[in-house]
Design a protein around this ligand. Structure first.
Ligand code: NAG
Ligand code: NAG
Ligand code: NAG
Ligand code: NAG
Ligand code: NAG
Ligand code: NAG
Ligand code: NAG
Ligand code: NAG
Length: 499
């Protein structure tokens, strides 16, 4: 059963403090994660530092400076230097064990089931009704109490005077021996401070010069300073007095170049630091491209969406000679991998026998069951399993272009036996083959509650009309831009195919 053994949790935590400020580009991560990586790289959301290597937490895990590729840090914990999936494994004193149930915990160096046993000071005992731990023994809560006599725990009959004064109620052993990984909850940098005299800017504590002192991102400025402009969290000094911040961009009088962060006030448009002509150029995320190379943006790149060997996964462009490759978040799914996704996160896992996705988690079916993206600690053979996952709208194109689909807003939901009854307001529907617009603006959908993804009231999703009902296809969509993109791309496809 034992998979790996390493040093204790104390060493892990010390290491984190020792390295957190060591690298120039890696600053202290302010406790957003709980899995023992060493820092966050300036300016990039998912890039972090592991020792002196940078890595993406959506794809890899860092434990104790040891980088493991292929398993996202967002779903792992560290056991010494090795990451593990806490749903299906457990870490006891630096060793990883396979979980046998959701009720597996550690007792000293070994895992045990809390359903049958109780752990008293690292000693494993058979569970007994109405009995609790007192040191390394069990006592009967009805007739006895656990007494703390000068730091020595002793079991006494209820009649003993000690039972009236200070009985001890602790039941399980201490935290550190049970800890399943490195829980390093590094406090916010600012800690507690007096807001009258100090100010906290994105985790950096400053003494206030006056009540006009304000934060701009992690920097400090005062309203009374001239030639200073705070725009989109970035502090610009020595600016011409008439400079303005519009839509996160600094506009400055008389500056006719596109040098960021200053753009011209009138005249030409800017795309990043270059001018661009919307008739011949397309601007993707501040990068200028010629429209001849395509007219759909994928992050800062442009691509020709008719080219079936190009795949855009959440703003990352990939070239895939074989074509039929699926996206998982902003990565391509590789062989022997599975993508588990919820509307907030998509995580790749190495495929394992008897495992299944539950939202973005990957669980062992002998331990857990899953209902509507919620894990339950009891395996249930009869729960139907989700056999498809919803995707971002862009990933469904072009497959859905030929299908009868509609955009439906969730107005109301009820549960009836195991069926979720969803009342939809049809926001937009076109059968692209017939170009029909339906008249009825309401639709009723019955979906198996447990095997279906979570949906939110008030949100708009793409649905497919089937003979016997409608099927959910997409993540929640952003109405204005997504509907336009769908229309644009699907008609482009159609026209392209037709001639
Ligand atoms: C950084 O990495 C290089 C090789 O990748 C290694 O030789 C060096 O010792 C590392 N430095 C630190 C401080 O870990
Ligand atoms: C780093 O992690 C890998 C697997 O994730 C493990 O095989 C290896 O032993 C670890 N290295 C150290 C130094 O702990
Ligand atoms: C799933 O869990 C069961 C029960 O603990 C275990 O016997 C089995 O080996 C696990 N499966 C895998 C693939 O780890
Ligand atoms: C225009 O902006 C650039 C970059 O900030 C700056 O170097 C230059 O001096 C500005 N020119 C004028 C006329 O303000
Ligand atoms: C625009 O910015 C990029 C990178 O930010 C730089 O490589 C390029 O030289 C800049 N171009 C101009 C015209 O300033
Ligand atoms: C599709 O894109 C690939 C990679 O950029 C390119 O090599 C290929 O020539 C393109 N195919 C067509 C038909 O444009
Ligand atoms: C689409 O419109 C045509 C003609 O208006 C009609 O005959 C057909 O039944 C419609 N199809 C659907 C699915 O509503
Ligand atoms: C609808 O029919 C399809 C096959 O035609 C089937 O796979 C699906 O489970 C059915 N859905 C419902 C809700 O009965």
């Amino acid at each position: 059963m034992k998979v790996y053994r390493s040093t204790s949790c104390v060493v892990t935590i010390l290491w984190i403090f020792a390295t957190s400020s060591a690298q120039g580009i890696c600053h202290h991560d302010r406790g957003k994660q709980n899995t023992g990586f060493s820092g966050e790289m300036e300016g990039s959301n998912n890039l972090h530092c592991c020792g002196n290597q940078s890595y993406n937490i959506l794809r890899s895990s860092c434990c104790n400076g040891n980088l493991t590729l292929g398993l996202s840090q967002l779903v792992t914990y560290c056991c010494g230097s090795v990451p593990y999936n806490p749903l299906n494994e457990i870490c006891c004193s630096g060793s990883i064990f396979i979980r046998t149930s959701a009720h597996t915990k550690c007792c000293g160096k070994d895992p045990y089931q809390t359903t049958n046993h109780i752990c008293c000071g690292d000693v494993l005992l058979k569970k007994q009704q109405k009995k609790k731990c007192c040191g390394k023994e069990l006592f009967d809560t009805l007739t006895e109490c656990c007494c703390d006599q000068d730091l020595v725990l002793a079991i006494k009959p209820k009649s003993d005077p000690c039972c009236q004064t200070k009985p001890v109620e602790k039941s399980e052993s201490s935290q550190c021996s049970q800890a399943s990984g490195a829980h390093n909850n590094i406090a916010e940098n600012c800690g507690s401070y007096d807001p009258q005299t100090h100010i906290c800017c994105s985790g950096f504590l400053y003494r206030k010069a006056s009540e006009l002192t304000k934060c701009c991102g992690k920097h400090l400025y005062t309203f009374s300073e001239g030639n200073v402009l705070c725009c989109n969290g970035i502090l610009h000094r020595d600016m011409p007095e008439k400079s303005e911040c519009i839509g996160g961009v600094v506009y400055s009088p008389g500056n006719t170049t596109c040098h960021l962060p200053v753009r011209p006030q009138i005249g030409e448009h800017c795309c990043g630091n270059q001018t661009f002509d919307p008739l011949i150029h397309i601007c993707c995320n501040g990068h200028r491209h010629n429209k001849k190379n395509g007219n759909v943006c994928c992050g800062s790149k442009v691509y020709d969406h008719h080219n079936t060997s190009l795949r855009c996964c959440s703003d990352h462009l990939y070239s895939t000679p074989s074509g039929e490759v699926e996206c998982c978040g902003n990565h391509l799914l590789e062989k022997n991998q599975i993508c588990c996704s919820s509307s907030t996160l998509a995580v790749k896992y190495f495929t394992k026998l008897n495992h299944h996705c539950c939202g973005h988690y990957y669980y062992n079916k002998s331990i857990w069951s899953c209902c509507a993206e919620h894990l339950k600690p009891t395996p249930e053979r009869h729960t139907p399993l989700a056999d498809y996952r919803t995707k971002p709208l862009m990933e469904l194109i072009p497959d859905i272009c030929k299908k009868p689909v509609f955009f439906g807003k969730v107005e109301s939901m009820t549960l009836k036996t195991s069926w979720r009854h969803v009342l939809l307001q049809v926001v937009w529907q076109v059968d692209l083959k017939l170009r029909n617009v339906t008249k009825d603006s309401w639709d009723h959908v019955f979906m198996d509650h447990c095997s279906s993804p979570v949906i939110e009231k008030g949100m708009i999703y793409l649905w497919e009309k089937e003979a016997n009902g409608s099927k959910l296809l997409s993540h929640p969509i952003d109405q204005a831009s997504d509907i336009h993109m769908f229309y644009f791309l699907c008609y482009q496809f159609k026209d392209h195919k037709n001639g």
